[in-house]
Design a protein. Structure first.
Lengths: 392, 392
C-alpha cells in the first residue's frame, strides 16, 4: 500500500517533533541580537529555564549543541593537571570520558554494564580510593540505553567521599524528568535543546552552582567560546558574549510558554505514563526490555533484539512511517530505542506500539496483533483514572 | 493525566489535516494576481486537476467554499421556470434541495433512508414519471452518513429516462475516490478544497461537460460571481474573472505535486484500506456501522450509537486529543463520524481505533482493550501483503 512519504512520526530519542506553535514562533521576523528585544528574550529564557534545572540561579544559554555543553562542563571544572572520575553507563558516559581524554585529563573510569544504572554502592566503592578527583561526571538519562541514573543519590555519595564537583549530563532528561540541581548538590547540569525542550538542536544550557563558580574562576585551563565566565558576565547585562541563535530563542520562549501552561508536574507525569505505556506494550507483545523498571527512563525505552530482530523491526517501522533509533557502539544491532519525550503524548505511544506489532509480524516474529496494545491501553486507562499521580 | 492541548488529531470529515509541505507552500511571498506567475499557476492547477475529476476539460477554480460550487451548479444548469430532481441520501443532498428551493425551482425530491445509498432501481422508478426535469442532482459521497452513491450507474439511469444534466456533489469524494466524469456522463462535478485535496477551505472546483456548456450558454437565470461562463472565458487567458485566492493556489500546486508523486491509483488504494481498517476496528470492538460494506465511502465512516453513546464516545475522544464529527440533522446525537481522507494514513487509523477503545471504556461501554485494534491491524497486515490492490 502506498504511504504518505512525508508524514513521518519521529519516535527517536532526539531530535523530537517540533510543535507547530514553536515552528511559528521561530518564523518571527529577525531582530538584531543587541536589540533590547533580544536582551529581554535572553534574560527571560535564562530565568524561566531555572525551574527545569531545579536551581535558583539563572541558566547559561550557548549557541551550540549538547556535546559543546559536555565539553564546557569538562574544561571549566578541571584545572590543568587535575584528575576526574567518570561513570560510564553507556555511549554518553563514554563521550564524557572521550572529552576528558582529548583534554589530557587523568580519568578514573567506572564502567557499569550497559543497560543498568550506576548504584550508589558501586560509586561509593569506586570513589573510596580516589578522593583527589576534582570532578565526577555522571549521566542523568543515558540516552543510549534508556537508563535513568539516580543522580540525587550518586551526588550524595560524591559529597561523602570527595571534594569533587558533581557534574551531570542532563541531555534527554531536563524538561522530561524532575531535576533539583541545587537540592541534590549537582554543581553543573547541562542539556541541549532538541530533546524534552521540543526545539531543533542548536542551543546548549548549563546551570552552575556557587561552589562551581569558585572553581571556574580559579581555573587556568585555556578556553574561549566554551568558557562559562563571559556567559555569566553577559547574562548580568541580559545578553550573551557571542552572537546568540535568536530564532531558536524565539522557539525557546514558546517552548517555555507551553511547559508552563501544562505545568511542570504535569509534564513529568505525562512522561512517566508514556514510559509505562511503552513498557507495558513491549512486554505485552512478548519483546524484552533492556532496562529494569527501577532503572528505566521516562524519556527513552530500549528494546532487546540481538538475534537480528531489533534491526529487522526498525526497518519495518521505517516502512510504516515511524522512525526509531538503533543501538550505539557495543549495543549496535542488539537493541532499538523508542523516544517518548517532548512533544509526545499517549496517542503517539499507542500508535508506536500498534505499528510495532505490525512491524514485528512483517519481520517474521510470532507476535499476536493487539497483544501489546491491550497492555498499553490498560496502562493508559489506569493513568487517566489515577490522573495527577505524582511523578517519581 | 495532562495532555498536549495543541497536539490535536483532526479525524473529522473535513477540514482535514494540512501537510507541512502545503503549509510551507502557502507561505510563499504573495504575487499580484494578474502577474504572469499567477497566470501560470491558474493554468497549471486547472489542467492538473482534470485527472481527479476524470475529465479531458480544464477544471474551473473559484475563490469560494464547497456550498458556492453547489449553488453554482444549480443556477448555471436550471433555466428560469425549469424543474429539477434531487436525490437526498443525507444532509448534503438536502442542501442541494434547499438551494433549489431558495431559487424557486420546482424540485422533485427522492428521499432515501439516511445511511443507505440510492440504488439505480430506486432512481429509475422515481424518474420514470419525471422526464421533464432539466437536471438531476446527486451526491457522490454523502459526508453526513459516510455513504458513497454509485454515481456511474445513477448517471446511466438519468440518461436512460431523461434529457437532464447529471450534476454531482463531489465534496469529500474527488481526490479520495476515483472519478470519471466524462466516461460516466456526469455533466457537472463539483468539490471543495478542504477534504481529500488536503487544503484549507476557500477554493471550489467544477468540471463541466460540453453538453452542460450548451445549456449554461442558453441559460437566462440572473447570476454573476457564480456564473460559470466568465470562468471559462478567463481560463482561456490563463486567469480568473475575479481575484483568485492566490495563497490557496500555492497550496493547491503543492497538493497536486503530492498526489501526482504518490500516484492517483495509490492514493485511492490508500483510502480504500483506511476505510477497511476503520470498519474492521469498529466491528472488532463491538460497535455498529451505519452503512453496509457495499454502500461505505472510502473517505468517511459513520458509527451508530443512538442510546447516547455516540456523543459520550465523541466527548471522551476530544479529551484524548482526537476530534471526530457528530451526526447532522436527523442523525444528530445518533452517530459519530470518522474522517479518513486527504493527509491521513494507516497509522492515523490505528491511533483512532486504539483511542476509540479507551474512549468507549471511559464512556462506560463494555469494550475490551485491543479488540478493535486487533482487527484493524489484521486488515493492515493484509493490505501490506496485497500491496497494490486495485481500488474499487
Amino acid at each position: 500500500m502506498s504511504m504518505l512519504r512525508d508524514k513521518v512520526r519521529l519516535q527517536i530519542p532526539g531530535p523530537t517533533p517540533i510543535p507547530p506553535r514553536i515552528q511559528q514562533a521561530m518564523l518571527r521576523p529577525m531582530v538584531g541580537h543587541r536589540d533590547p528585544e533580544a536582551s529581554k528574550l535572553v534574560a527571560a529564557c535564562s530565568q524561566r529555564l531555572a525551574p527545569l534545572f531545579g536551581t535558583a540561579s539563572p541558566v547559561l544559554i550557548m549557541a551550540a549543541s549538547g556535546t559543546a555543553a559536555l565539553e564546557a562542563a569538562v574544561i571549566n571544572s578541571v584545572q590543568p593537571g587535575g584528575s576526574a572520575a567518570v561513570v560510564v553507563t553507556g555511549a554518553f558516559g563514554d563521550r564524557f570520558a572521550k572529552i576528558l581524554g582529548k583534554h589530557g585529563i587523568e580519568t578514573h573510569r567506572l564502567d557499569i554494564p550497559w543497560g543498568q544504572a550506576c548504584t550508589p554502592e558501586a560509586l561509593a566503592n569506586f570513589l573510596k580510593e580516589k578522593p583527589q578527583v576534582e570532578a565526577v561526571f555522571l549521566t542523568f538519562c543515558e540516552t543510549s540505553t534508556g537508563v535513568l541514573n539516580p543522580i540525587d543519590r550518586l551526588a550524595s555519595v560524591v559529597r561523602e567521599h570527595t571534594d569533587a564537583l558533581v557534574i551531570a549530563d542532563g541531555v534527554s532528561a531536563v524538561g522530561g524528568v524532575p531535576a533539583h540541581a541545587d537540592e541534590w548538590g549537582v554543581d553543573i547540569l547541562v542539556t541541549g535543546s532538541q530533546k524534552a525542550l521540543m526545539l531543533p538542536a542548536g542551543l546548549a544550557f548549563a546551570s552552575v552552582s556557587s561552589q562551581a563558580w569558585e572553581r571556574i574562576e580559579a581555573n587556568a585551563r585555556p578556553r574561549f567560546y566554551l568558557d562559562f565566565l563571559p556567559y555569566r558576565e553577559s547574562l548580568e547585562k541580559n545578553t550573551t558574549p557571542y552572537t546568540p541563535a535568536v530564532s531558536l530563542l524565539f522557539g525557546l520562549e514558546a517552548a517555555l510558554d507551553m511547559l508552563e501552561e501544562e505545568g511542570l508536574e504535569n509534564v513529568y507525569t505525562r512522561h512517566q505514563w508514556m514510559m509505562r505505556m511503552t513498557r507495558a506494550g513491549i512486554r505485552g507483545m512478548g519483546l524484552a526490555l533492556l532496562a529494569t523498571d527501577t532503572d528505566a527512563s521516562p524519556t527513552v525505552t530500549a528494546v532487546k533484539g540481538d538475534d537480528g530482530t531489533a534491526e529487522a523491526i526498525r526497518k519495518q517501522m521505517k516502512a510504516l512511517n515511524i522512525r526509531l533509533a538503533g543501538g550505539q557502539q557495543q549495543l549496535k544491532g542488539e537493541i532499538f530505542r523508542i523516544g517518548h519525550m517532548g512533544y509526545s503524548d499517549p496517542l503517539d505511544i499507542v500508535t508506536t506500539i500498534a505499528a510495532l506489532e505490525v512491524a514485528a509480524i512483517r519481520a517474521g516474529l510470532p507476535v499476536q496483533p493487539g497483544s501489546g496494545i491491550q497492555a498499553t491501553e490498560e496502562e493508559w486507562i489506569h493513568a487517566s483514572r489515577v490522573d495527577h499521580r505524582p511523578a517519581q
